[in-house]
Each structure stands twice: as C-alpha cells, then as structure tokens.
Design a protein around this ligand. Structure first.
Ligand code: UAG
Ligand code: ATP
Ligand code: API
Ligand code: MG
Length: 486
C-alpha cells in the first residue's frame, strides 16, 4: 500500500485531475488484472491500446488511471494522471511502489543479441559458488538463491520484475544478474531500476519485425547504457563492430573486453575442443568446460564483471573453470554408437554461424554435420532465408523443420527459409515439418562420429503451434532416438 503522491515521484506529469492523496493497494497495466483500490496504467501496445480498457479498469475497482490521452468521461471518485509516455511511467511507478528494490542489492544487466543467458547464468553460478546470495532473471528460468521460479520472458514486465527483486531482497540476495532484452529497453520495462553495471555481448540480425531497422535495434541496446549513472560500470565487447557505440553517451565507467583488440580484460584462445576451451586470460592459462570461441567472449565478460565487482581474480578463474554453461546452449549427448547430438538455442543467423563454425573447427573432417533447424513464427521473417543459408553453408545435410510456428503456417515459414537455399545446396536439404520426425530422420542418417545439431529451441520444453503450447523437448527426443540405437 502506498500514497499516489509518493508513487508518482520522478514521473513527468502533464495533467492531474483528482487527488494525489489516495491510497493505492496494487498496480496493473492489464484491465483483467485490476483489483480494488488499484492504479491502472493505460499502455499503447503492439496489438491493443490500454486506453480502450480504462472504463473496464474503473469498473473493476481502479482508483487511479495513468494515461497518455485523458478519457472523455471522468468519474468523480477517481484520479486521472496524464503523462507523455505511459510505459516509461509504468516502470517508474512500479519501482516507487515496490520501494526501489534494485537499490537494495547490486544489480547487473546483460544485453546483446546472443550470449545474454549464458553470461547472466554463469555470473549467477559463479557468485553462488563464491558464497553469496544471488538472484537470476533469465530466459531459461529465474532463481532466488536455489529456488527456481519459471520464467515467461527474457526480461519480465516492470511489475513482475520489481516483485522478483523484492523477493530477492527479502531473501537476503547481495546480487542480481539479469538479462536485458531490446524489447525490454524499448518498452521501458527496466525504467526506474538502478543498475550497478551493464554488459554488452554483441549485436547482429534479430527482431527487425519489432525494431524495423538495425539502427533502431542498436539504439535500443544503447539506451540501456545511456541510462546508467556515474557509479555504475559499462563493460563492452570491443571486438564487436558496435561495441564502442554502446559507450558513447554513458556516464558510467567505461570498460572493455576482447580477444582481437586492445582491452581492459583480454583473452587468447589456446585451444578450442569438444572437451572445452583452453584460454590465456590476462596472462593466466585456464581450462574451461564451455565450448566454442563465442564462449571465450562470454567467459571474458563474466571474468571482467567479477573483477569490476571486486572479486579475487584467482578465485574467480578457479570457480569459472569448473562451471558448465546454461541449459540448452551447446548441450550435448553421445549415442551408444558415438553419434554426437548437440542441442543449441541458436535462433539467429549469427548464432547459427557461430555454433556451426565451432563444430567445423573441432570435428574430424571425415565426419558429417547434420543440422535440424526451423524458424519461429510471429517473429522477424527476414532471418528465415539467412538461417537456412547459414545451415547449408556449414553442414553436410540440413533438415528444415518447424520451430514454434505460433500463429503462422509451418509450411509457409519453411518456404521462406528455402529462399536462402542456393541451387548447389538444394541436394543437401530435406524438408520434414514435424520436428520429432525431423530429429528421428537426422539420427537415422547419422553414422558413428557424425554430429547432429538441433538448433533454435535449446532449453524450451514446449512447441507452440496455433497458439497452443504442447510439451516438446529437443534433448528428450534426441535421447529417445539415441536409446533406440542400443
Ligand atoms: C511484442 C511484445 O513485446 N509484446 C509485449 C507487450 O505486449 P503488447 O504490447 O503486445 O500488449 P497488447 O496486447 O498490445 O496490449 C496493450 C495493453 O493493453 C492491455 N490490455 C489488453 C487487453 C485487455 O483486455 N485489457 C488490457 O488492459 C495490455 O495489458 C497492455 O498493457 O507487453 C507485454 C507486457 O510487458 C508483454 O507480455 C508482451 O510480450 C509478448 C507476450 C512477447 O511475446 N514478447 C516477446 C517478443 C519478448 O518480449 N521477447 C523478449 C526477448 C527477445 C529476445 O530474444 O531478445 C523478452 O524480453 O522476453
Ligand atoms: N557471445 C556469443 N556470441 C555469439 N553467439 C553466441 C554467444 N553466446 C551464445 N551464442 C549462441 O547464441 C545462442 C543463444 O545464447 P544465449 O541463450 O546465451 O543468448 P541470449 O542472448 O540469451 O538469447 P535470447 O535473446 O534468445 O534470450 C547459443 O545457443 C549460441 O548458439
Ligand atoms: N527470445 C526469442 C527466442 C526465440 C526462440 C525460438 N525458438 C523461436 O521461438 O523463435 C524470441 O522470443 O524471439
Ligand atoms: Mg536469453
């Protein structure tokens, strides 16, 4: 419970009708979730406009309406607050209502097209092993110390986010490591949060359905760094073409990591094998369980962050060398007849190229690579041909299949992927729309030593077809197929 006047602290108000002395019991931005004595924020979304539900919210017991456009009818017992940007206001209101939990722990955010889950999860595991109480907010799951809380988004909405942070504070967490998606920045889900640090992994093609241009996508990521304060650190991947762009206008301490260029935190890849990475990090040789040069960047980001958070260098490297990565990221199984099956969440052209080039570097040349891949429905369509092309360029056989078609026709998605298959590559490609059948076929086609990559769904435990989520787990299906080979 809080008084409206206090909840509005820091919100740029354009007009207020009614009293700011009212008590508010709860917040909502969805009219269906409004309860007695609550504050409803009308947000213009991608599908609907929250302003259309103001009357419904009032009927359900809302006492305060925050909106960008005042309604034509006012109820006398309600307070109406007009703001320029309602999603921004929602973030600030949520932080104030929940008494700024982000200021009561050390919050570090990770942004970038790929690697967010890996970096945030490694940081969570590292700091747990170093003896701290830690929270994690990620695509795979949220964690409060050892308690797992299922995750619905990479970065939750401002209410869920602040509620999670409150739970972390109540459970004594010293740190929280969270993923910050570009959607979250653009929709102001992180507004009002106090970050002690921000990490940039990389930026490549994704989400152009939402951001429209690559420039807007870069701007969304950069806005996260622009919002940091002077006491925070901003750690960027200097080898990424847009790495330094992120730091251009930030007030935070600027720090860099890299493999190719000069950087504050620097690594050299000595060896990259199926068994893991052998790196030289700031002149210290260390073995890690994670595979692939992209993971050398992820490990370096984690190492740099831990040092910026005043942790002991040798302790950090010792613990990091023992850690495994996040679920569904280069996660592999070996069949009784020695087929290697890799489950990976690569769902962008760049991630697919990274994973397949890693496989290319470490495989024996007489063994073939079979890739099973699809693209999600209701998501960036321009990545479809590029992902098919990447799969063909780096594999001996490709099975194009379904990912999460969501509301789209799976056949149409596959046809759009096929546009990226060149004439010479046609003979490598099979189309099997049913993902389970596609995986079974890959296993049938493989012989001892071959590598099967199941790309795009990683840790996901469902497949969404026609808006319905049915249980589906790439690793489980792969395991079943492998067991049949016994
Ligand atoms: C495209 C997108 O990002 N949508 C997010 C957005 O919803 P929206 O803008 O579509 O909302 P809308 O349906 O248009 O409704 C507008 C407003 O009217 C309200 N409403 C609606 C109906 C009603 O009866 N009453 C009512 O009040 C809604 O609550 C909302 O406030 O705001 C919602 C609340 O924060 C999010 O749950 C929702 O995520 C959807 C489910 C989603 O799938 N998002 C994905 C794309 C996403 O966010 N992904 C990123 C990761 C991406 C990455 O890989 O980097 C993530 O952070 O998870
Ligand atoms: N640093 C990196 N650079 C490029 N590709 C990476 C990197 N780290 C991981 N990947 C690839 O991208 C996939 C997704 O990795 P991860 O889940 O860590 O990224 P993410 O940014 O959290 O993705 P999402 O936005 O979907 O949550 C991995 O399965 C791997 O194929
Ligand atoms: N966070 C990403 C995940 C994509 C995973 C892929 N399996 C898909 O469904 O497209 C998104 O929501 O776009
Ligand atoms: Mg993620």
């Amino acid at each position: 419970m809080a008084v409206l006047r206090d909840i509005l602290y820091g919100v740029a108000l354009e007009q207020v009708i009614g009293s700011t002395d009212v008590e508010v019991n709860a917040l909502a931005f969805d009219s269906r979730k409004v309860t007695e004595q609550s504050l409803f924020v009308a947000v213009k979304g991608t599908v609907a406009d929250g302003h259309a539900f103001i009357a419904k919210a009032a009927e359900q017991g809302a006492k305060v309406i925050v909106c960008e456009v005042m309604p034509s009818n006012f109820a006398l017992d309600l307070t109406y607050v007009k703001v320029k940007d309602a999603s921004k206001a929602l973030g600030l209101i949520a932080a104030n209502f929940y008494q700024n939990p982000s200021k009561k722990l050390t919050l570090v955010g990770v942004t970038g097209t790929n690697g967010k889950t890996t970096v945030a999860t490694l940081l969570y595991k590292l700091f747990r092993e170093l003896g701290y109480k830690v929270g994690l907010i990620s695509t795979v799951e949220n964690q409060i110390n050892d308690e797992v809380i299922p995750s619905t988004h990479t970065t939750p909405d401002p209410l869920a986010l602040n509620q999670l942070l409150v739970q972390m504070v109540d459970n004594g967490c010293d740190y929280c490591f969270m993923e910050v998606s570009s959607h979250a920045v653009a929709q102001h889900r992180i507004e009002g949060l106090m970050f002690a640090g921000a990490i940039f992994t990389n930026i490549s093609h994704d989400h152009l359905d939402f951001h429209h241009t690559f420039d807007n996508y870069i701007k969304a990521k950069k806005a996260f760094f622009d919002g940091l304060n002077r006491s925070a650190f901003a750690l960027t991947n200097v080898d990424d073409k847009n790495g330094m762009v992120m730091l251009q206008n930030t007030a935070a301490h600027k720090k860099t990591y890299g493999i190719k260029s000069m950087a504050d935190f620097k690594a050299k890849i000595i060896e990259n094998q199926f068994s893991g990475l052998h790196l030289d990090i700031d002149q210290q040789e260390v073995y890690f369980k994670l595979v692939g040069s992209f993971n050398a960047y992820n490990l370096l980001a984690v190492y740099g962050t831990a040092l910026l958070l005043d942790q002991d260098r040798m302790k950090v490297l010792t613990v990091l060398s023992r850690l495994s990565g996040a679920e569904g990221r280069f996660d592999y199984l070996i069949s009784p007849n020695k087929i290697v099956g890799i489950v990976d969440y690569a769902h962008t052209p760049d991630a697919l190229i990274n994973v397949l080039s890693t496989i290319e570097n470490i495989r024996n040349k007489n063994e073939q690579v079979i890739t099973v891949v699809g693209c999600g429905g209701d998501r960036d369509k321009t990545k479809r041909p590029l992902m098919a092309q990447a799969a063909c360029d780096w594999s001996d056989k490709v099975i194009l299949t379904s990912d999460n078609p969501r509301s789209e026709n799976p056949g149409t998605i596959i046809t759009e992927m096929q546009a990226g298959v060149s004439a010479v590559n046609q003979k490598k490609v099979l189309v099997i729309s049913d993902r389970k059948e596609a995986i079974k076929t890959a296993v049938h086609l493989a012989k001892a030593g071959d590598i099967i990559l199941l790309a795009g769904k990683g840790h996901e435990k469902y497949q969404e077809i026609n808006g319905v989520r049915k249980h589906f787990d790439d690793k489980e299906v792969l395991n079943q197929c492998f067991n049949l080979l016994k």
